[in-house]
Ligand binder design. Structure first.
Ligand SMILES: [Zn+2]
Length: 398
């Protein structure tokens, strides 16, 4: 395990903020020889830049690093996909540091837990599995390491979803809950931008010729908030707003950006209907034009029967190695939202334990890596037995 801790520490030293494509490339490139050493076919997959809107409401294209894609035994009758991400939510602030928390060894650093610790679990579990005495046919596996998960996987999502379709089950190595529970349901999340186009005019000389974009935007934000208050289970956070040039000029442009979260898949549609109504009302009342951009990049995730069966199988595996396993919902989002929406049975939160995600104080409990590695290795061995017995989909194996 000391080797693995050292490897994780080296990975954390590689700055791989999502918005630093060169750093993300260095990080995924450093993983390539590891998965090759397991006999997998490994590719770094270049992704197209993604389209978004900046704080002034202008369309911009943002580059991301490459994804890592590794495949082993693609013709085997039982296939499992392991998913993690190489990017971090923050730029690296300080080098990683060893310490302790309640007497257990820790590693502190951006990405140590989310999700480089998860990559370490996936890699070591596969290494132990492949080092075992494997019968033929053995289970086949794929590994997907995303470069843009912390941005909502805007560039990598379509490829992940299309490649995942052939896998009977997916394991997502996001951090577990602090008590070791897997993550079950997740909220959905969408990011949106509205640009209000009014008409500039002198505030004193010809105000009637102006159309005040800031006034219209303020009314829009109030209506959006009121809609969310009246819709249980939905939260809207208008996080950015800007507009106007000077107090004696009627502003012609104003921009707001918000995030919306919900638990019920039907709320995605309710939100879009509510937004359409507010849009039309504000345009009519203020005689302005509104441009709304954005989408639910992460649909809400709820466990269906196949997914629940996968969690139960993992709990059985935990029982066989003398541990118990539970699962609980989370307000965060991950690539599991995408996989579930695409109908792939997928378990989430298979990464290690720790705390401080998305802060410079992020840390991982190093001993929790071993707990997870044992669980995932046992799961792969169980699948292998099922594979020999006739090759059923892991989501369906009782
Ligand atoms: Zn993450």
């Amino acid at each position: 395990m000391d080797d693995l801790f050292g490897t994780l520490e080296r990975w954390v030293r590689v700055a791989s903020w999502s918005r630093d494509p060169a750093g993300v490339r260095r990080m995924v490139a450093s993983l390539t020889p590891l998965f090759r050493s397991l006999g997998a076919c490994v590719d770094l997959v270049s992704l197209d830049p993604w389209n978004t809107w900046d704080e002034d409401g202008r369309a911009v294209r943002v580059a991301v690093g490459p994804a890592l894609w590794a495949v082993k035994r693609p013709m085997a009758p039982v296939q499992v996909l392991l998913v993690a991400h190489a990017d971090t939510a923050l730029p690296l602030a300080a080098p990683p540091e060893r310490g302790t928390h309640r007497g257990r060894p820790t590693l502190r650093g951006v990405g140590a837990l989310d999700a480089k610790g998860g990559i370490a679990v996936a890699w070591e579990a596969l290494r132990r599995f492949e080092a075992g005495d494997l019968p033929e046919p053995a289970v086949g596996w794929g590994v997907w390491i995303a470069p843009d998960e912390e941005l909502g996987s805007p560039a990598s999502a379509p490829l992940l979803v299309s490649r995942a379709a052939r896998y009977g089950a997916a394991l997502v190595f996001e951090p577990s809950h602090p008590d070791g529970a897997l993550v079950s349901d997740r909220t959905g999340s969408g990011n949106f931008t509205v640009v209000v186009h009014g008409r500039r005019a002198h505030a004193g000389r010809n105000p009637d010729e102006g159309r005040n974009a800031v006034h219209a935007l303020a009314a829009f934000v109030v209506e959006l908030e009121r809609w969310a208050e009246d819709t249980p289970g939905v939260r809207v956070n208008v996080g950015e707003i800007r507009g106007g040039e000077a107090v004696n000029v009627i502003p012609e442009r104003a921009v707001a950006r918000w995030n919306v979260r919900c638990r019920d898949p039907l709320d995605v549609q309710r939100f879009s209907q509510g937004l359409t109504r507010i849009h039309a009302r504000i345009e009519a009342r203020y005689d302005v034009r509104l441009e709304v951009h954005g989408e639910f990049g992460r649909p809400p995730r709820r466990l269906d029967d196949r997914t629940l069966a996968l969690y139960e199988r993992l709990a059985e595996c935990a029982g066989r190695i003398g541990r118990s396993l539970r699962w609980a919902p989370s307000g965060g989002v991950s690539d599991a939202n995408l996989l579930s929406a695409a109908g792939v049975a997928c378990a989430d939160g298979l990464g290690p334990r720790g705390d401080g995600m998305h802060t410079p104080e992020e840390w991982v409990d190093l001993h929790s890596l071993e707990e997870r590695i044992e669980l995932v290795t046992e799961f792969l061995r169980t699948l292998n037995a099922a594979c020999r017995a006739g090759g059923r989909s892991p989501g369906a194996v009782p």
